[in-house]
Design a protein around this ligand. Structure first.
Ligand code: S3P
Length: 263
């Protein structure tokens, strides 16, 4: 055999080892998830990510191609997270709630934990229209924006296992809620008006409250919406005084409970 053939054979054998190791890794990931579920252990453990990253950096210190290996690991971990996510929920997670209830923050956190794609509805609509939400309201009117929301939710029927972060007014249309529930579970995030005010006071892309940033107005609008929010929700999570991790852990457990009860 010439040298090139020998080297190629070495490479093939090496790939075989990597392949088997990856398949085994994925099975272990599934076993860990099943074990956590069976024992009622905490599902989200971001400190494990930190430990693994630290271990990897130490092991790769001074090594040639360290950056490349780190990239491969990053991708391996992302895929493991996706496997976990699919094991837990094979549907879209639809976050609803008042402005400032934490939909965007919690979507991002879930996306980090489970490598799920996020569809931030306001952002998608704003990108497509090429203008801010406030400008859409001003130039085309609220009805136009609401129709864009309905159309986007219909598009979401082709997606699975993504987090959809809705605008605060999205569940007001019953046809929107029907779309959400076709392949998703609806999670209502709530917060006290005082908490909402604190969270939204410095932002200027919420035309409905731009000139009414006070507890009374927020409370009144919230009350008007409450019935529809609750009717749309499969589960409800209060967010006041909780960390993102606490909220997400509660959310995941509530979804698992909901699924077990609604098989
Ligand atoms: C709205 C909430 C906003 C945005 C628009 C209208 C509402 O989204 O969709 O300003 O009707 O509550 P956020 O809840 O993400 O702020």
């Amino acid at each position: 055999m010439d040298q090139l053939k020998i080297l190629r054979e070495h490479l093939r054998q090496n790939d075989e080892i990597i392949l088997n190791a990856l398949l085994m890794r994925n099975s272990i990931v599934e076993e860990i998830m099943a074990y956590k579920e069976a024992k009622g252990l905490q599902i989200l453990q971001p400190e494990q990510d930190e430990k693994r990253d630290k271990w990897l950096s130490e092991r790769l210190e001074g090594k040639r191609h360290g950056k490349e290996v780190q990239n491969v690991f990053k991708s391996i971990v992302e895929n493991s997270k996706r496997i976990q996510a699919r094991h837990l929920f094979n549907y879209n997670i639809v976050l609803i709630g008042f402005m400032g209830a934490g939909k965007t923050t919690i979507s991002d956190f879930l996306s980090t934990c489970f490598a799920m794609d996020v569809v931030e509805m306001d952002q998608v609509i704003s990108d497509r229209e090429g203008m801010s939400i406030s400008d859409i309201f001003e130039v085309y009117g609220e009805e136009h924006f609401r129709n864009a929301e309905t159309n986007l939710l219909k598009e979401m029927q082709t997606k699975h296992n993504v987090v959809i972060s809705c605008g605060g007014g999205t569940p007001m249309r019953e046809c929107n809620v029907v779309e959400m529930k076709k392949n998703g579970r609806v999670v209502l995030l709530t917060a006290k008006p005082e908490t909402i005010l604190e969270r939204v006071k410095d932002s200027h892309d919420r035309p409905l409250i731009e000139n009414n940033k006070n507890v009374e107005f927020i409370e009144e609008l919230m009350l008007k919406r409450r019935e529809k929010y609750v009717a749309a929700a499969d589960i409800i999570i209060e967010t006041d005084n909780k960390t993102e991790l606490e909220i997400c852990e509660e959310l995941v457990n509530a979804l698992l409970k909901f699924d077990a009860e609604n098989k």
